[in-house]
Design a protein around this ligand. Structure first.
Ligand SMILES: Cc1ncc(COP(=O)(O)O)c(C=O)c1O
Length: 449
């Protein structure tokens, strides 16, 4: 079978399910690879498409070792006895195009600082993306507020702005959109709704370093933006995080709150501890690692972007494979994970778990991503707790339970397939392996059920 024949068949099959339209043959895309129909699937003992490993993560830059040792030897490990944290904050703010940056102990603490300083308090409600890491709404519960889930747009994997307004109540104080997997949310629409209803916007950009919306960095589009520098992240320091923002007074309050409530800038020294605070500080060592990792951030981001686009072009016409789409206004994704949706009806109803196992045995690590976390046990535990029963009326909690159904998010959770960012740091031939493995599984779909 030649290349064209495969593309034509895939294209027509893909067009034939879910859409009544028959497209012009002239519009057919061309695959850059061949099907090897005769290959036995690796899951049945055949030769895997790939036997080599994938790029490791994180990657240490040797030239930073002296700096780490010098901090170690100095004994100045704490931000107020060194200069590294401040130096990092200036550099990160500059990179992001934000006026200010506050480095924190983690992404979770960055979010907690942002919520606190923007006035999210017990009994408030915060609109959140359900398709996210658990930390996004853990922080809302930790603030004794109610995370109200807004259904997901399946094509972009992000909060669907069209579903926001129906979830607003008189208690709603903020929107917490998540640029999940590094895919930017539709921030113009989100900000317009926030403005109309007088809500704060806190961007969870914990997976979105250098992602852009209309040419501006994610994290600079709302009132405050939060980042994570945990080990798996594109800018890793083991643990770490940051809040960025443009309002000096708000950023002074962030600083003060993260430093036990001590005075800072416009938070005046009316007493030793003029505001409520906590210790959410980062260490000097982490700042040294971050500044070293920052040197590779942009180049790595370009490599991921190039490989992701190449991979998308290769797999987008395979029946049943629906790569992410960038939402309106999104100009650059960070690809913390590379996502697509797997529709089993095109694969002879091979369940996603079997598809994932098949890809893994072909040498392609992959996962099914996030589950429907709006149904996690912690939700009911919180709603049934003494404090939530005190803070919210019985009627409100009943309505919350009734509305906590997110059909689009549920389907996305059943269909998503994700590749880790380090795989995108490889070569075009690595991307060919991924595409070829998917084609091989597709070709063998009848044997997998
Ligand atoms: C979307 C999202 N939000 C928040 C966090 C929390 O960051 P951290 O693990 O640094 O506390 C993460 C971390 O994985 C994340 O992916």
């Amino acid at each position: 079978m030649d290349k064209k024949e495969i593309s034509r068949r895939y294209f027509l099959e893909k067009a034939s399910i879910g859409t009544a339209s028959v497209m012009a043959v002239g519009a057919m895309p061309a695959f850059g690879f061949y099907s090897k129909k005769t290959d036995k699937p690796a899951i049945h003992g055949g030769q895997p498409v790939r036997t080599k490993g994938w790029p490791e993560w994180p990657i240490w830059n040797k030239d930073a070792e002296e700096d780490i040792l010098s901090v170690l030897r100095s004994g100045n490990w704490y931000r107020f006895r060194g200069t590294k944290v401040e130096e990092f904050e200036k550099k990160y703010a500059e990179l992001m195009g934000a006026r200010r940056c506050l480095a924190t102990a983690s992404g979770t603490t960055a979010l907690l600082v942002a919520l606190h300083v923007l006035g999210i308090d017990a009994g408030d409600e915060v609109l959140v993306s359900p398709y996210t890491f658990i930390a996004t709404y853990n922080v809302v519960f930790l603030s004794k507020a109610l995370p109200v889930f807004v259904d997901t747009d399946q094509e972009t994997f992000t909060m669907n702005p069209a579903k926001i307004e129906e979830r607003i109540t008189e208690r709603t104080k903020a929107i917490l959109p998540v640029h999940i997997l590094g895919l930017p949310c539709d921030m113009d629409k989100i900000n317009a709704i926030a403005k109309k209803h007088n809500l704060k916007v806190i961007e969870d950009a914990c997976q979105a370093w250098l992602a852009e919306y209309q040419g501006k960095k994610c994290g600079t589009l709302g009132d405050l933006g939060c980042f994570s520098f945990q080990n798996s992240k594109h800018l890793p320091a083991g643990e770490g995080g940051a809040v960025i923002g443009n309002d000096d007074e708000i950023m002074d309050r962030c600083f003060s709150h993260h430093n036990c409530g001590r005075p800072y800038g416009s938070v005046k020294a009316t007493s030793n501890y003029p505001v409520l605070g906590s210790n959410r500080r980062i260490q000097e060592f982490q700042a040294v690692i971050l500044m070293s990792q920052m040197k590779r951030l942009k180049k790595d981001a370009d490599t991921r972007l190039e490989n992701a686009q190449y991979l998308t072009a290769k797999i987008k016409d395979i029946p049943g494979i629906f790569p992410y789409k960038l939402g309106e206004g999104a100009t650059r994704s960070a690809y913390h994970l590379y996502p697509f949706r797997y529709k089993k009806e095109y694969f002879n109803n091979v369940p996603r778990e079997k598809f994932l196992d098949s890809l893994r045995t072909e040498g392609i690590p992959c996962s099914g991503g996030y589950g429907p976390q709006n149904k996690d046990g912690l939700i009911e535990a919180a709603l049934n707790s003494k404090s939530y029963k005190r803070l919210f009326s019985e009627d409100r909690l009943k309505k919350y339970r009734e509305e906590n159904h997110l059909p689009n998010n549920d389907q996305l959770c059943r269909e998503a397939v994700l590749f880790q960012q380090n795989m995108l740091l490889g070569t075009k031939s690595d991307m060919d392996d991924i595409a070829n493995a998917i084609v091989k599984v597709y070709e063998n779909r009848d044997k997998l059920i």
